[in-house]
Write a protein that binds this ligand. Sequence first.
Ligand code: UD2
Length: 310
Amino acid sequence: MASYLVTGGAGFIGSNLTKKLIQQGHDVCVVDDLSMGQITNLEKNNNTHLQFYEHSITDKQFMQNLLLKNKFDYIVLLAAVASVADSIARPYATHKVNQEANINILETIRKYQLPIKKLLFSSSAAVYGNLPELPKREDSRVEPMTPYAVDKYATERFVLNYGRLYNLPTVATRFFNVYGPNQNPRSPYSGVLSIISECFKNKQEFTLFGDGSQERDFIYVEDVVAALEILLHSKAQHEVYNVATGQTVTLLGVIRQMEKLIGCQLQITKKPAREGDIQRSQADITKLRRLGFTAQNDLATGLKKYLHFS
Ligand code: UD2
């Protein structure tokens, strides 16, 4: 059995990963300041394998002590201020979390030559910006347009370069639109499917920004966790990987699928498109496929599981 550090482990993707690792009998240490994550995301887990610290990853001394005290085999860096809008409102505060804190972790590993088996950093499709070429390959042009995207891109480069320069086994992911259980629907910048599902539940109106023709490459969180496991355990290193399905759907298309499953119509109010909103997003996942990844859930299957219709 292995020992894992998962930063952001009480958050959406982190809690789904943590749950799976614990089910497999691994020991997981979670550091999460609960700014976006929720402790209830972790409560269902068997606590003997879970160590939880409610703490910010920006506390350098704390993180250094934690890394030196424990012998982690795998480190998964998922903690982030995940809201693009928040990064525009508080560029330096979010930079400290999204970049500086992660570099401090890398630097500790380098300085003390900690014998990790793999470190994975989660970057974002946001690095591709609004350039027209589709689907996005990992070597497509990037255009990080917000502090969030700049921090994700720069940190991803740091992580891969540290790996190459100091012989550390590092890898990075670029997540597209992830949906599934434990995604917090409470901010307007939460994943749109969690917001829609909450609107259905509470019979509230959904605010549709734009005309609904925007396309996204949605991936179910269970498949994201599977991709993370492949990347942690394969020989992949010093490379970045898109994590998506490669398939797109329009926002109205996904709303119609959810309406059919739930058997009721979503009340929609239309507002103008958000500033900087991307019209189409689609990944090329050839690189991840080469490592043996296939998404087990197409949109219909993922939505059924998410909405408990399976
Ligand atoms: C996703 C990421 C973001 C960044 C970006 C890069 C999420 C939650 N966000 O933003 O962090 O990586 O990709 O491209 O994964 N919408 C509505 N009503 C709502 C909320 C959203 O109409 O109440 C629209 C929104 O304007 C957009 C689409 O739904 O056109 C998807 O929105 P999102 O916030 O889930 O994800 P996205 O792709 O904007």
